[in-house]
Design a protein around this ligand. Structure first.
Ligand code: LFR
Length: 469
């Protein structure tokens, strides 16, 4: 039996990784090559990503991957959505902004004054998130100097190959893609003063983007193609959710908890709009009908605040074990409250939210962490109920994938609050989806999403959480 190998670059908001994926008949494996930290960096003009550092980590990680596995046949890149870099004459004009930068508030006002949200929803099907790319473009002072705008994975693919494309699943998060056509809505772009010349040719997951530039091929140690995957991390994750029935829902939980269903047709109703349910495009033309719940961001920012208070690291597994052991009820807050979006004193902001509802914030860290996890699970449960109502589909099982699947407290709380079985894992669903789409393009993985998911299910047995009565 031949097992084929590819390299997956998977960038999350708190860490990035380069992995080797191996795919064959009944085989689907990942090997971690390198992992590096990521996060917002404060510059004079606001929050950015340290893009130069990310790029270096990626190239170095790919070189290491090739040293370990010379049989690697291709590279695929996914990352968080919405953020971009502007190029002029092939040069990056500025370090990409971080979507949590507060400059987008003005963009929202200006865009909605031209195209009200109800109209946007009809056109792009997206839930309102203040950082959707169209709001960012609207206030980007460098837009006029640019000749192309590339989302993060496309920007990296450009730096690796020289090709300028927009991978479609991620392009669907910009707000400038027609929800039904899957093509750029150039009329909307024009009205918003966004030159449509900035929007590159769209490609689907599985498309060959290009070959490594010669100087990079020399550095990495191989001449390889870069293949478009579901370059929005959530699209890759959903592709690898081992769902076997149409009544399954998913929660892709890392920094965010993306809660929803996979659909073949959009649900562009007023009710879906009012519930802020999105239609992002998935691999193979599916719709990711989901709602963004603020996920582990609440916990990681809280831990970060405690660490800087203590001047010492907080042991997360120990904290979660203590949180699980907390007896009695803890107060809940709205995990999706916009006041929790920006980085900074998270415990203080959560405490303020709790006080505003008349609750006393827990003083003990274990109880505080429990309150966070229960509040996230409560928001998950609400989104699950809403997804079922809006789509008219009963839900009988929840697949929870991503980093959150390792958090047993969160998985159990989600089962308890929904009354549904939670099947947890795989933790690296995103990288698996990235690997599978590349492998399929190489003729090394099954042809349909359903068969790919069956391979995930057969090779990555989930952990089962049964709801307590
Ligand atoms: C998850 C994710 C979400 C997107 C958010 C911001 O990593 O990609 O899907 O809404 O990050 O890009």
């Amino acid at each position: 039996m031949t097992v084929r190998a590819v390299a997956a670059v998977d960038l999350g908001a708190t860490s990035g990784r380069v992995m080797i994926g191996r795919v064959g008949d009944g085989v689907l494996e990942l090997e971690l090559v390198s992992r590096f930290r990521n996060g917002p960096v404060e510059r004079e003009d606001g929050l950015h990503w340290d893009f130069a550092a990310l790029y270096e980590h990626i190239v170095e990680g790919l070189a290491q991957a090739i040293r370990r596995e010379p049989a690697i046949e291709s590279i695929g890149i996914d990352s968080w959505a919405v953020d971009y870099g502007l190029l002029a004459g092939g040069e990056l004009l500025a370090e990409p902004f971080h979507y949590r930068d507060e400059r987008t508030a003005r963009g929202v006002e200006e865009v909605h004054a031209i195209a009200p949200f109800a109209e946007l929803y009809r056109r792009n099907g997206l839930q309102f998130l203040p950082f959707n790319t169209l709001y960012q473009y609207r206030v980007d002072t460098r837009l006029a100097d640019a000749d192309v705008a590339l989302l993060i994975p496309d920007l990296l693919a450009f730096l690796l190959t020289g090709a300028r494309v927009a991978e479609r699943t991620n392009a669907s998060t910009t707000g400038l893609l027609g929800v039904e056509s899957g093509e750029w809505d150039t009329e909307l772009a024009d009205r918003l003063g966004i030159p449509s010349a900035l929007l590159p040719e769209l490609v689907d997951p599985g498309t060959l983007i290009g070959e490594l530039r010669p100087e990079l091929a020399a550095r990495i140690g191989a001449t390889l193609p870069v293949i478009a995957v579901g370059s929005h991390d959530t699209a890759s994750a959903v592709a690898a959710v081992p769902m076997t029935s149409p009544s399954a829902a998913y929660i892709s939980c890392g920094t965010w908890g993306l809660v929803g269903l996979e659909l073949s047709d959009p649900v562009l109703t007023d009710a879906a709009r009012d519930a802020n349910f999105t239609h992002e495009l998935g691999v193979d033309g599916r719709y990711r009908f989901l709602h963004n719940v603020t996920g582990l961001w609440l916990l990681s920012e809280t831990v970060r605040a405690w660490e800087s208070e203590d001047g010492a690291p907080v042991d997360l597994p120990e904290l979660l074990a203590a949180a699980s052991a907390v007896d009695g009820t803890v107060p809940l807050f709205d995990a999706n409250d916009p006041s929790l979006n920006a980085p900074g004193d998270m415990p203080g902001r959560i405490a303020a939210l709790l006080r505003a509802t008349g609750a006393e914030p827990p003083t003990d860290r274990a109880a505080f962490a429990r309150s966070i996890v229960e509040s996230i699970a409560a928001a998950f449960a609400e989104a699950i109920t809403t997804a079922a109502r809006l789509s008219g589909r009963p839900i009988d099982v929840i697949h929870l994938v991503g980093g959150g699947s390792l958090n047993a407290l969160l998985c159990q709380a989600t089962a308890d609050r929904t009354g549904l079985t939670v099947l947890a894992g795989p933790v690296e669903a995103t990288a698996l989806g990235n690997v599978l789409v590349q492998a399929r393009a190489l003729g090394a993985a099954p042809a349909t999403l359903e068969e790919m998911r069956a391979l995930v299910a057969a090779t990555h047995a989930p952990r089962r959480f049964t709801p307590h009565p």
